[in-house]
Design a protein around this ligand. Structure first.
Ligand SMILES: NC(=O)c1ccc[n+]([C@@H]2O[C@H](COP(=O)([O-])OP(=O)(O)OC[C@H]3O[C@@H](n4cnc5c(N)ncnc54)[C@H](O)[C@@H]3O)[C@@H](O)[C@H]2O)c1
Length: 439
């Protein structure tokens, strides 16, 4: 077992962020080696994550955990050799060395506690996007993964899709010159503008509500409001449309432009209610200069009813129909529109008619993590990438609570420097009984 652990840890030696993962040619494990996976949250996206990880030829699904027994039973039916659990803490304690990596696919507020529990146990982690619910958690997951030299991957599978990788190569190739602005949008609405929630009801027999709440404050169950999926709209559990879709759509600009931490963020939205995220937001950021940007880089996000923006307002031809979800890069020598998910388009079209697109391959994001944990590849979206990307996005989510205020950000000390109330939202409180070492 010691040998296996050493191999799993060694994978990190080459795990610095790279958009072009190394091939499996430098394999350090035998073709018969097995990777025993454990999964926290196996319904919804967790079911898709489970199938994708299980499709890797080296993977044996060893443990499944879900607070909803009907979802757990459905997953156990597909993987009858796996052990089932309702509490991820019990799973980690019971499985110990019989697990080689942990996949976290729970609602956002449980990402950090579950992922940190796995990192503390020395396990490589694949964690769904956005990496965390709070800025502080993203920083800590990244630090602990790096300190413990563990292979990690954030669940932004489109990061490894050929069109996103081609877009990165085109921007870094300088096709539109240095980039001064990115406009990005999603017409989805993961907000809730009501002042209170509907009437409470009995918790369904299949749901362990206290475990679902996890680190969050106790409250009664309300059908159709939290589980499944709807938690996204609520400030205590989800991250609104920006955290849900922005993390996918901002992934390419963030990586391609080699962005770091924003100087500031400002949101235009309704006044806060303390209950749900606003139904529509415009979030602006300024980032410091990088090799691929002008002196500063402005990033502007539009969601819900504010998306898409008018084409003429973002520097494109008047009346042009824009995709429902996309990122638009404005460069010194042209523009690149990257639909979610589609081939990058260059403007003005005539100017780029003869442009030869880089020949790029896609990659299986899930298998890449397994291969990296086994020492055979490099993860392309480790927490060293997903952490700072999530921190930047979540600063915008914090800004939703202070409409029209520019929140100045000191990333090094993890502080909003001009708003004490906003500072208090960088790190939340965990309920007694759910505190986790390192968070
Ligand atoms: N990468 C993508 O394209 C993509 C797509 C959809 C969702 N997601 C992400 O996947 C995650 C889950 O989203 P969803 O739509 O599947 O939500 P969901 O509510 O439908 O499913 C969450 C699952 O986790 C279980 N769960 C909740 N708390 C748990 C806990 N403490 N321990 C164990 N299991 C627990 C639930 O019972 C449920 O089975 C979110 O982070 C979301 O952002 C990613």
């Amino acid at each position: 077992m010691i040998q296996r652990r050493q191999i799993l840890k060694a994978g990190v030696a080459s795990a610095a962020f790279s958009v072009f993962p190394v091939s499996s040619s430098s394999a350090t494990t035998s073709p018969n080696a097995k990777f025993r996976s454990a999964h926290v949250g196996v319904g919804g996206m967790g079911g898709a994550d489970l199938s994708s990880i299980a499709s890797h030829p080296s993977v044996e699904v060893a443990a499944l955990c879900d607070v909803d027994s009907s979802r757990l039973q459905a997953a156990l039916k597909k993987h009858p050799n796996a052990k089932g659990f309702a509490d991820y803490r019990e799973m980690m304690a019971a499985m110990g060395d019989s697990v080689d990596g942990v996949v976290v696919s729970t609602p956002d507020h449980t990402h950090a506690p579950a992922a940190m529990t796995a990192l503390n146990a020395g396990k490589p982690v694949y964690c769904q996007k956005p990496l965390t619910h709070e800025v502080f958690e993203a920083r800590r997951l990244r630090e602990v993964a790096e300190k413990n030299k563990l292979v990690t991957q954030m669940g932004i599978q489109i990061h490894s899709h050929v069109v996103y990788r081609r877009a990165v190569a085109m921007i870094q190739d300088g096709v539109i010159g240095k980039v001064s602005q990115v406009h990005a949008w999603s017409g989805k609405n993961w907000g809730y503008d009501g002042q209170s929630l509907p009437a409470v009801a009995k918790v369904p027999a299949n749901l362990q509500w206290n475990l679902w709440l996890g680190t969050a404050k106790e409250r009664p169950f309300v059908p159709g409001v939290y589980h499944p999926g709807q938690w996204r709209k609520l400030v205590d559990f989800g991250t609104g449309t920006l955290g849900d879709m922005g993390v996918h759509i901002f992934d390419t600009p963030y990586g391609a432009l080699d962005l770091t931490a924003p100087n500031w963020a400002r949101t235009t939205c309704r006044q806060p209610t303390g209950v749900g995220h606003p139904s529509r937001n415009v979030v602006e950021y300024e980032f410091p200069q990088t090799k691929y940007t002008t002196k500063t880089m402005q990033w502007k996000w539009y969601d819900g009813g504010f998306a898409p923006p008018k084409s003429e307002d973002v520097g494109l031809e008047k009346g042009m129909k824009l995709p429902g979800q996309a990122a638009l890069f404005i460069g010194e020598e042209g523009q690149m529109l990257l639909p979610h998910i589609g081939e990058p388009q260059l403007f003005p079209q005539k100017k780029f008619a003869d442009y030869k697109r880089p020949d790029i391959n896609g990659n299986n994001h899930y298998h890449q993590w397994v291969d990296a944990a086994m020492g055979n590849a490099t993860a392309s979206a480790p927490f060293a990438f997903g952490g700072p990307l999530t921190e930047a996005l979540l600063l915008g989510v914090v800004a939703n609570r202070f409409p029209d205020e520019k929140l100045a950000w000191d990333a090094k000390s993890l502080k909003v420097t001009n708003n004490d109330a906003a500072n208090k939202l960088i790190k939340g409180d965990y309920r007694d009984g759910f505190k986790v070492m390192g968070l």
